[in-house]
Design a protein around this ligand. Sequence first.
Ligand SMILES: [Zn+2]
Length: 162
Amino acid sequence: MFDTAETFYRDCLVLPAERAVTLCGKLDDVKAMTNAGKQPVVTSQRAYVMMSHSRWIVTCPFVDPKMGRSCGGAQCASITDPRFFCLTCHNAAINGAFVMVEWPDEAMRAEIEAILTPVEDITCRNWWPYESIAELREQAARWIEMHKALSVVNYPRSKRKK
Ligand SMILES: [Zn+2]
């Protein structure tokens, strides 16, 4: 129900954290770019996982020096292979090494998913690492109420008058 790299990028022949890279090149290019699982990993920095539209995604932690702002790259996060290689900046800030990915702990992940499961509109299933569980619960309740209100207004197409 909540996608990760393991469920979102299927039928891939590379490690889960390297699967997003297959979207932008041939398998040999990907293996060269990510050094087929042998790329160094920088552990002094972290990329953080968030929920976006019912997917656990990891956002790029680096600043693009040309633009002077956050790179903005993002991809589905791997739960079994918590490394990140950005498709936008290629982790140039750390010479193309992978960066470690920080997930919320298992109990918090389960709580976030439990709170967001009743939210029918998947575009409203979002959580930011700085959001508390109480804030998320409040936001989810508002989305559920709003969805109920909209369901009353939007009749099924077959019952509409021409
Ligand atoms: Zn980036």
